[in-house]
Design a protein around this ligand. Structure first.
Ligand code: ZN
Length: 415
């Protein structure tokens, strides 16, 4: 579709989405207060936001816009601290989600004949069943192993000749460690594409993962609140993530004021799902920092792209009055070939920062190399953040691994 056609479709769908949103009590109230008529697409900016707290407060069924008997599936977000956010699907919602995931897998280069393995949990987490449905829709051969340790994952990949897999980026790092420990095992694998997401990561980490696993890795984006993964993904040109704009309206706003920003300016991504029946929320504030990339992609797709996310607003930590994103530290560490990608930022004392990073086993015994690396990481962090940090170079395997998403920041400060 050409741009005008996409926008015409979005406008038509947005009007219908607002009507459906009136069925959600907290949105009905806000819509009545504001009395907005959507006649142009830009009127979207006048509609009320939905924020995470709305959905947490609505737990379990308060954000449902259809009778429960029409709901065929319930998922939740990970909900690490609070109650999780529930997300609902009618039969049609589920079909559309499968189609979006199939589209994303195809966009990354998966084709019929590929054997697909999911390495994540396949329960409430949207990244499990969502990917599986999409892979089946596309006609891939699915190996639904689900969560298991890296040894088991790699064994099954070898057994079934898996070519495409889905994982969170920190799990891909664990696969790399396993491969390094088992000399030559990579030769028994056919993996060529990794679909990675559901956790903040950086392009520098991608380069490391692609090199060490010998695959193409693709950043896959979405969130449970707007229906799960399947919102945006990279194409083989890897110049941003294509957003499926026929099904989602995206805006970038100032994270402090909520006001719309200029085209291509960086801010908070706001997503309105345009087709959802069971949970038609409006203008969901994702907390993710990115910008819209205008203009056509070399692949020919007309869906606009968003820049690789700089991080989540919530992930920023304040150290001695300076705001630091863990992604800034990750970029620096991952760009050094000596590191194996695992790191942790430890905040302690009054306001002390220690950056621990692991190196490959071939590096740790070389004192001179370790000292060189320590100095250059210290300098690069100071240049990027103005902070003087303690840099500790650690042997592989010394930073604790978490079962789910990696814990990059440990804050033990007495503030
Ligand atoms: Zn493209």
């Amino acid at each position: 579709m050409e741009r005008e056609e996409i926008e015409r479709l979005q406008k038509k769908k947005l009007k219908a989405a607002v009507k459906r949103a009136e069925k959600i009590p907290f949105l009905r109230e806000r819509l009545r207060e504001k009395r907005i008529e959507v006649s142009e697409l830009s009127d979207a900016a006048k509609l009320p936001f939905t924020i995470k707290k709305d959905l947490v407060n609505a737990f379990p069924y308060g954000a449902l816009a259809v009778p429960l008997q029409r709901v065929v599936r319930i998922h939740t977000s990970s909900g690490s601290t609070n109650k999780p956010v529930t997300t609902f699907y009618t039969k049609k919602d589920l079909e559309i989600w499968s189609e979006l995931m199939a589209r994303g897998l195809a966009c990354a280069g998966a084709r019929r004949g590929d054997v697909f393995q999911n390495t994540t949990s396949q329960g409430f987490f949207t990244g499990g069943l969502g990917l599986i449905q999409g892979a089946e829709k596309l006609g891939l051969t699915v190996v639904p192993l689900g969560s298991a340790n890296p040894e088991k994952q790699l064994e099954v990949m070898a057994d079934f000749g898996v070519t495409v897999f889905h994982a969170i980026p920190s799990f891909a790092l664990r696969m790399i460690e396993m491969l390094e420990a088992s000399n030559g095992f990579r030769d028994s694998l056919k993996i060529r594409i990794g679909i990675l997401g559901a956790e903040p990561w950086t392009k520098e980490m991608r380069t490391k993962i692609e090199g060490a696993l010998g695959i193409g890795a693709f950043n896959n984006y979405g969130l449970a609140e707007v229906g799960g993964p399947g919102v945006a993904i990279e194409c083989p040109f890897k110049s941003g993530l294509h957003v499926w704009e026929d099904r989602f309206l995206i805006e970038v706003v100032d994270p402090n004021t909520g006001e719309p920003l200029e085209e291509e300016e960086e801010g908070e991504l706001v997503i309105t799902p345009l087709d959802r029946e069971a949970m038609p929320i409006l203008r969901y504030r994702t907390g993710d920092l990115t910008r819209i990339i205008d203009g056509k992609c070399e692949c020919g797709r007309t869906h606009r792209r968003i820049e690789w996310m700089r991080g989540r607003i919530d992930d920023m930590v304040k150290i001695r009055g300076i705001g630091v994103y863990p992604s800034t530290v990750e970029k620096i560490i991952a760009s050094h070939p000596e590191s194996n990608g695992n790191f942790q930022i430890l905040l302690s004392g009054v306001d002390d920062i220690t950056v621990k990073l692991e190196v490959n086993s071939s590096v740790i015994s070389n004192q001179a190399a370790v000292e060189r690396l320590r100095t250059s990481i210290f300098e690069e962090i100071k240049d990027a953040t103005l902070l003087r940090s303690n840099v500790e170079i650690c042997p592989p395997g010394s930073i604790p691994r978490s079962e789910g998403k990696a814990k990059r920041v440990v804050d033990l400060r007495r503030l």
